[in-house]
Design a protein around this ligand. Sequence first.
Ligand SMILES: Nc1ncnc2c1ncn2[C@@H]1O[C@H](COP(=O)(O)OP(=O)(O)OP(=O)(O)O)[C@@H](O)[C@H]1O
Length: 268
Amino acid sequence: MKHLVAAENLAIAYPGGHIALQDVSFALAPGETLGIVGESGSGKTTLIRQLVNLPSSHAAVVAGRILFRDEDVAGLSAERWRQLRGGHIAMVFQNPGASLNPMLSVERQFVEAIRNHRNLSRKEARALALEEIARLDLQDPPAILASRPWQLSGGMKQRVAIAIALAMDPELILADEPTAALDMSTQATVMAEFAERRRSRNAAIIVVSHNICACARIADRLMVMRHGRVEDFDTTAAIFSRPADSYAGQLLRAIPQLQADRHGRDRH
Ligand SMILES: Nc1ncnc2c1ncn2[C@@H]1O[C@H](COP(=O)(O)OP(=O)(O)OP(=O)(O)O)[C@@H](O)[C@H]1O
């Protein structure tokens, strides 16, 4: 297998014919990290949801193709998609906490999710759930497991949902604004945890954000989207060296200076 996931000259349209995305190509091997950045409405969410065949509002591929493990996904059955999404691909989409059932205990949902995709006993699944919760810096993991999502804060729910996704031991992590609702230090914890899966499991990661610095923290390459097209695509270092009047340069200037400074210090 050469690439884990790839898009070739992809175009996606919404019903009624609005083309949301055109001529998008990339390829990601195991262990690589791609950041997709761009202003609101540039097509980031449309792209990432289509990659796992969960199109928003019946969007559809109208040209090009998506490959998973070098295989065109166009012919995959719904059942095969379900297996892939749960077991091999972790998805953390906007507001992941909303995926939890507020009335069922976290333990029940966490353990069931693990056992649907991994061959573990209830006891092993519970131990794994505790470990994953602790890795995301949530205090008192047994108490979290015993609670129901409505008893948790928004940020705690987000982290629980991310912990569930990571417990599947994914080879590909897709994250769409995964940390938008989290404070800065929790954002850093979540991103560090994604990076850890890359180191320890050779997972590939695609992170979508309108914040170029948030993406750059873990991405080797950045794809800059604008009006549904790829405006720029290069290594993170190269994108950060673009002139101030380029589009990437403008996105960089649009984020608070403090963050940019800190990022610069981290990287150099
Ligand atoms: N349900 C829909 N029907 C028609 N057009 C849509 C629909 N959802 C999104 N679009 C259009 O598709 C384009 C891309 O939207 P998308 O949500 O993918 O952008 P985005 O970069 O992810 O934005 P954001 O950062 O705000 O999430 C936009 O022009 C948007 O208006």
